[in-house]
Structure formats: structure tokens, C-alpha cells
Design a protein around this ligand. Structure first.
Ligand code: ADP
Length: 248
């Protein structure tokens, strides 16, 4: 995909594949084009050129229900505060939150049980009836992951999912996402700021720089040279730190 703003390319011929069961981390310095890429992936922004294919289907050309094959997990969770965890997950089955009263009655027993099952998978069955805004940040992000699961997606797009979380909650969320990729055969594409999280969780690293893919490699090949290709040469005194972050 390519996307320009005011004739300046934000992403330029960015192309990569996410396989079933694969956790792909997207890394890159500020301004590299990560936000633009993720907005295109989630349909918030239309690329100037290019497409997202799931299997043989061009997702951009699909409407409504078919778009549910891509589930999104946001940095700021994007739950409806006044609804319970359970209701937020159910709303995920619709892809939006209806404003009319009585919308919950539209869901049959199967949908409701499935929503509870999704909450159970993220360890929050006990909090099902709690209002979203009374949950911790880590718990809210896990509800958002349960909501994504309720869509039965083929691909989960996670846009900086741990940027607002402390290290413990971050590990919980990344464990879940990787576990879902493995267990459900879902592809996960996840942008991350912390290189050490990519090292610990990703199968592959896609590195963006100036709007282009400059690295697309298995995580164990993401070495110091690759790190510098992405983030620029590290000053001598900073190099050990950068390396430590990689080896963390
Ligand atoms: P990142 O998320 O990696 O920091 P962005 O996708 O936000 O990168 O930005 C990539 C480039 O596109 C930057 O040069 C940025 O200034 C530009 N850009 C992003 N969004 C817009 C916009 N809505 N209007 C104009 N320029 C934009």
C-alpha cells in the first residue's frame, strides 16, 4: 500500500504477509509511517494504492460483516465506558455499539455464551458484569482482546496495544495475543515501541523507515545491524544499551 499526504508519501509501497499463527511486530522510529499503515489496515484511512488481502479476498472491497475478519485492538482500548465488560464484548459481534434501547435482546443464547467464553479466555469471566471504566488498563485491554475474539477474526491488528500499560500488564496482553495467534490460527500484526517486546514475542519483525519496509525478517535475525538500519547509528556509548534492549 501507498499513502501520501499533500503529495508527501507517508507509506510507499509497503508490502508484507502475515501468516496464520504468526505474530508480526511492526517497528520503526517516529514518523516512519506506522500510524498511517495501521489506519489503512483497519479501514480508517483509504490507501492511495494497494490492497489488503485475506486469503483471496480484497478486504477493502468487502463491506459490513466481511470486514469483521479483521479485528482491531487499539492503544486506548476503545471500550464503551458505561457498558459492562460483557456488553462490550457482545457489541464486538455487531462491529459497532447500537444506540437504541434493548439492543442486548438481539443476541441469542449462543452469542451470549460465546461472549462469556471470550471473556473467560482473557481471564475476566469474574468481571463480566463490571462496568468497563471500573477495570484497570490491563483489564480493559483484555476486554478489548475478548471483543476482538468475539468477531472470530482471521487477522488481529493491534495498534500499539501496550503503549498505555505498565510492564506487567503489557506482558499479560502480549502473552494473550501470541497465545491467540497460536491456538486460533489467527495472524497478529502488532506495532510496538519497545524493541525488547518484539524480541520476546514476535515471530517476525517488519521494520519501517521513511515510509518503506527496510526489514522483513525472522526475529532472531533482527540484530544490532538491523536495529541501526531502523533507528539510525547508535552513538558508541549508547550501543551497549541498545544491544541490552535487544537481548532483554
Ligand atoms: P509514525 O506513526 O510511525 O510516527 P505516521 O504514520 O504518523 O508515522 O507519519 C508518517 C508521515 O506522514 C509523517 O511525515 C507525518 O508527518 C505524515 N502524516 C501522517 N498523518 C498525516 C496527516 N493526516 N496529514 C499530513 N501528514 C501526515
Amino acid at each position: 500500500m501507498s499513502k501520501a499526504f499533500n503529495a508527501r508519501a507517508a507509506i510507499e509501497e509497503v508490502s508484507f504477509t502475515v501468516r496464520e499463527r504468526e505474530f508480526v511486530a511492526v517497528l520503526g522510529p517516529s514518523g516512519a509511517g506506522k500510524t498511517t499503515l495501521f489506519r489503512c489496515l483497519t479501514g480508517l484511512l483509504a490507501p492511495d494504492r494497494g490492497e489488503i488481502r485475506i486469503g483471496g479476498d480484497d478486504i477493502g472491497a468487502l463491506r459490513g460483516r466481511s470486514r469483521r475478519r479483521i479485528a482491531v485492538v487499539f492503544q486506548q482500548f476503545n471500550l464503551v465506558n458505561r457498558l459492562t465488560a460483557f456488553e462490550n464484548v457482545l457489541a464486538g459481534r455487531l462491529g459497532y455499539v447500537p444506540a437504541w434501547r434493548g439492543w442486548l435482546r438481539r443476541f441469542g443464547r449462543t452469542d451470549r455464551l460465546f461472549a462469556l467464553e471470550c471473556l473467560d479466555r482473557v481471564g475476566l469471566l469474574g468481571q463480566a458484569m463490571q462496568r468497563a471504566d471500573t477495570l484497570s488498563g490491563g483489564q480493559q485491554q483484555r476486554v478489548a482482546i475478548a471483543r476482538a475474539l468475539a468477531q472470530r477474526p482471521s487477522l488481529i491488528v493491534a495498534d500499539e496495544p501496550v503503549a498505555s500499560l505498565d510492564p506487567n500488564a503489557s506482558v499479560g496482553v502480549l502473552d494473550l495475543l501470541r497465545g491467540i495467534a497460536r491456538a486460533d490460527g489467527v495472524g497478529v500484526v502488532c506495532s510496538l515501541h519497545q524493541v525488547h517486546f518484539a524480541r520476546a514475542y514476535a515471530d517476525r519483525v517488519v521494520g519501517l523507515s521513511h515510509g518503506r519496509v527496510v526489514i522483513d525478517a525472522p526475529t532472531d535475525r533482527f540484530d544490532q545491524a538491523a536495529f541501526e538500519r531502523l533507528y539510525g547509528p547508535q552513538p558508541a556509548e549508547a550501543a551497549p544499551t541498545a544491544l541490552a534492549a535487544l537481548q532483554h
